[in-house]
Structure formats: structure tokens, C-alpha cells
Design a protein around this ligand. Sequence first.
Ligand SMILES: [Zn+2]
Length: 331
Amino acid sequence: MSNIKIKSKHKHTNPIVIDNVSFAPGESGTISINVGRLPSDTKINLTAHVFRSKNPGPVILLLGGVHGDEINGVEIIRRILDKDTLQSIQRGTIIAIPLLNVFGFINFSRDVPDGKDVNRSFPGSMSGSLASRVARTLTKKILPFADVALDFHTGGASRYNYPQVRYAPSSPIAGKLAKAFAPPFILHKPLIPKSFRKTCETMGIPAIVYEAGESIRLCGVSIEKGIGGIMRVLKSLQMIEKETQEEQEVLLFKKSQWLRAPYSGMFIWSKQSGAKVFRGEQLGVIKDPFGTKSVEVFAKLDGYIVGHNNASVVNQGDALFHIGIEEEKIK
Ligand SMILES: [Zn+2]
């Protein structure tokens, strides 16, 4: 594993001050940042954990729960906090926020209560919608310190993502971080306007997104691979010394496309995420609920299934299989 060199924009000897709480080099602690209130007048706070080494180095942001129901990422960061690793980093600073969108989390929802997506509301505004205010809190209070960001997600709705890191090829350092993370799959994904990653790029912060599993459900493999990835990134930034387990194989996909339902009905897949598939191969079947019709779903391209839909009932045109193509073996 090769080392990644990042020059920190934060002068290490200066304290990191978040919401009037100051962290000098060598200091660690937890802070609550207010992001709003419920109609019941209950205050909603997000929690940030700050770990600072005495030695200078980059400031890494670990971010979970931008989408409130994507709990694998919340659990990955929560478990990393349980380890001693972050308390004993060799250099630099880690800011860990397990759950950004508390409003979505308590509603079992991706969004905030008005239906807006925090990840389409960056950089945000304190006079904007609730999603925009949540985004702004992060942009204003945390991002000015960050040199690198790792953002943790799952597939939306019932879609399952095979453990994968996504990054924009326009950022070579993000590419290095993705390779250091070494998930089974890496995907090139351009930046979406008003997303967290787009704001990071504007602020000069290389950012990668880890996508694994599906919303509302904890997935053991996704969590383990996410934790392993964070450890490998920290090692490549020389923030920890521990030897970490290497991934056996990493495939990079330069493109991907969705295979959509040719018919409506009950969907039964026979190939799932992670599988290599060939053009013309049957991946599943859609049956009407009356026992009269059965429509097979075939792969249109050679590739790998990087995500699939676990919905049992689908409409014509629904996304069924996300196929990664133009693969390159990294490891
Ligand atoms: Zn998400």
C-alpha cells in the first residue's frame, strides 16, 4: 500500500474551534452542535467526535447518515469510535460525525421531514429549508477544517449496493483514497450539483463516498468492509501504524448503467450483487400475480452487478440491476 501525501490547510499548532469548543493538538473530545428543533420544541443536535494527535498531519472527516435511513454508515463510524484506533492516531486530526441527518434517522427516512434531500442541499443556508440548514451547519462549522472527507451511504429505498467506493475522476487524490480504501468495487461517478461531494470539491477537499448495503438494514459484510477501508485509508495517510488486512481483489468500473424492469409484477432475481454477468444471461424473472405471465430479465451487457433491487413488486421501468462495465483490475 503506498502512502498518500496531503498538505493540511489547518496550521496544526492552532486550535480547532467548533461551536466555541476548542481542541488544541493532543486534545480529544465530543461536542453537540444544534441543528434545529422538532415541532415539540425538542432540540436536535448532531454529535461530532474530535481526535487530535500532538503531531501535525491531515484533518480527516468521517461522515455518516447524510441520508437518515442509511444506517450502515452510522454503524461503521460508531464501531470505529468503539476501537482504540482513533484515540491513538500518530498524527493529524480525525473529526467523526456518525449521523448528520438526525431528522431523517428518527423518521426512518432518507430526507428531512419536508421531503428535501440534505445531499442535494449543499452548501446550504441558515435561512433556507431544514435540509439546507443541516447542510450549512456542516459546511460552515466543520468543512473549513477538513483536508479529506469520507462519506458513508447505502443504496436508496430497497436497492442494495455491493460494497463500493465512488469518486470523481477529476480528483486524483480522491482516486488514491479510493484505492487505499480498497473495497471490492470502485466506481467513477461525476459530481452531482448541490451534493456534499460537490461542495467538498469547491472547497478543495478530496472526497470519496462508500456505498454498501441498503437503507434501514444493517449488513455485516458492508460494515466490516467499511471499517477495513477506513483503517487502510488512515494507514495510507500515516495516521495509524497497524497492519490492516488487504482486500483480495479490487475492480474499478469506469462506467455503469441500470437494467430496468421490462414488465410489471413480482420480481425474483436469480443473480445478485457482486456477480459477473454476460450479455444474454438470465438475471431474474418478473411474474404477474395471477399466475398467467412470466417475463425473463436478461443482461444486455457483459459486466458485474454492483447493485440490485430487493423490491418484491416492481413497476415497468424500475431499476433492477446496476451493472458496472469497462472494468480494470486494481489489485
Ligand atoms: Zn445516501
